[in-house]
Design a binder for this molecule. Structure first.
Ligand SMILES: C[S@@+](CC[C@H](N)C(=O)[O-])C[C@H]1O[C@@H](n2cnc3c(N)ncnc32)[C@H](O)[C@@H]1O
Length: 210
């Protein structure tokens, strides 16, 4: 199934899938972005805007999102951000550059070539000395190793859905063109809109464009 079709179906049937609260990582990002005097932020894979809503209190925020159903929800939930329907895997065409990028749990959804394309496209959209904050699945997450291995560290953990599970050194390698500001691990508890919860072990990386 095409990725946009998959996400459209999910947002259409489940609405605000992960509830209304933002990820707690967004608060770290806000603190760091403020310390770097950030004014403009790009959020690739912005979903229905649960994270942009926290960011747009302090910054001017654009979200890029492949699912038009998610964009519809996001425009209602976070009217202060600007949402663009499109794929971050496509070459940026408008030439706009941002002070910072916050990208939550998008990177692990792709195979190696597309992960590199995503990071390169984000880098093109970042001003010189701009800062990137990415989160992704960790190899320490219990889903790692579940299902068919499609590439080194990448598994079809749910039928038709792949995820890459990052070791720390693998994550550093993906961003080796920049200056590492910080890297770490965090436990995320997602509360779904039916109130069920699920725990994930994530890694985050903060990199400055050099
Ligand atoms: C795991 S969800 C995370 C959503 C959001 N960051 C959040 O935490 O609420 C991944 C999101 O990325 C979007 N997405 C997937 N592939 C994309 C692409 N190539 N370009 C832009 N968005 C994409 C999906 O539609 C979905 O909203």
């Amino acid at each position: 199934m095409d990725l946009d079709l998959y996400w459209n179906n999910r947002f259409l049937s489940q609405g605000m899938i992960w509830g209304q609260s933002p990820s707690k990582t967004v608060y770290n990002a806000i603190e760091i972005f403020k310390s770097f005097q950030v004014k403009t932020v790009l959020v690739p894979g912005s979903g229905y805007g649960r994270n942009t809503k926290a960011l747009s209190f302090s910054f001017q925020v654009d979200g890029i999102e492949i699912s038009h159903e998610a964009v519809k929800l996001a425009k209602d939930w976070d009217p202060h951000s600007n949402f663009i329907c499109g794929s971050v895997l496509n070459e940026p065409i408008d030439g706009k550059q941002y002070d910072a990028i916050y990208c939550y749990d998008l990177l692990h959804l792709f195979l190696f070539e597309d992960r590199i394309r995503l990071i390169q496209n984000c880098s093109k959209r970042l001003k010189p000395s701009g800062i990137m904050f990415f989160t992704c699945f960790s190899d320490e997450d219990p889903h790692n190793g579940v299902g068919r291995m499609v590439e080194e560290g990448t598994f079809e953990y749910v039928e038709g859905k792949i995820a890459h599970f990052f070791t720390e050194s693998d994550l550093i390698d993906h961003f080796r063109w920049g200056t590492l500001v910080d890297i770490g691990s965090t436990k995320e508890i997602l509360t779904y809109n039916d109130k069920s919860t699920k725990e994930y072990i994530l890694r985050f990386i903060i990199v400055r464009k050099t």
